[in-house]
Design a protein around this ligand. Structure first.
Ligand code: CTP
Length: 214
């Protein structure tokens, strides 16, 4: 339940990069547009906004405190430091799920790299911080190419979210890099609401209003 004024909001946005060596990394096509639109909409609604962002090519939204990070590990440490003080966490970042087991200080020769690069899972930021969830409202995202609702509902439960914003990332006009989006918003109390297709900025305004009322 959000009742404090101003609401203190922690938003993550953009991709993370997981480096093999100084010149190569694993990532995803996230541009941060949805997370930055949410941060701008939250600030415009008078909320106090901490924005933890992976590498993106977007201007810093007015009225937010920006914490730039690169890797999932760095994003985890920043979110971990800010989580207890926030009233609402909106985890819209596309955290890269894997990182190379080893990060080499020197460029790896391609023949050696082609033979074998071992990966491990990155820390699940959302799942980890919600283990100590107290008063916070928690909003997760679910980026899916299939079985949208079932997968998103599983994430809602497993990651202890109050809301999950589910979107189909292979649908035209939605998901990564698009200026518009179409989402299914699932609530922990069993609600399911469809929004869009509409501009990410408009969708962000709708979602911030929706979370403020919850
Ligand atoms: N997330 C996270 N830490 C990770 C991976 C994901 O905090 N290492 C968060 C995302 O920011 C999002 C939610 O978990 O809010 C779901 O992310 P998604 O990529 O859809 O799912 P995954 O949990 O990574 O599972 P899978 O890739 O198997 O669908």
């Amino acid at each position: 339940m959000l009742n404090a004024s101003p609401i203190r909001c922690l938003i993550t946005a953009g991709p993370t990069r997981e480096f093999l060596d100084p010149v190569r990394f694993l990532s995803n096509p996230s541009t941060g547009k949805m997370g930055y639109a949410l941060a701008a909409a939250a600030a415009a609604a008078g909320w106090t906004v901490d924005l933890v962002s992976g590498p993106v090519a977007l201007p810093e939204p007015d009225g937010v405190v920006l914490y730039p990070v690169v890797t999932a590990e760095e994003m985890y440490h920043q979110v971990d430091a800010l989580f207890d003080a926030c009233d609402i966490l909106i985890m819209s970042a596309a955290v890269c799920d894997f990182c190379p087991v080893e990060r080499h200080a020197r460029k790896v020769k391609k023949d050696a790299a082609a033979r074998q690069i071992a990966f491990k899972q990155t820390v699940d930021i959302l799942r980890t911080v919600t283990e100590r969830k107290a008063h916070q409202t928690v909003v997760g995202f679910a980026a899916e190419s299939n079985d949208l609702e079932d997968s998103a509902r599983a994430k809602l439960v497993e990651k202890r979210c109050d809301w999950v914003v589910a979107n189909n990332i292979v649908q035209p006009g939605a998901g990564f890099a698009s200026d518009s989006n179409e989402i299914l918003l699932l609530g922990a109390e069993g609600t399911r609401e469809f929004y869009g297709p509409t501009a990410k900025k408009e969708l962000a305004r709708i979602l911030i209003q929706r979370f403020a009322k919850s």
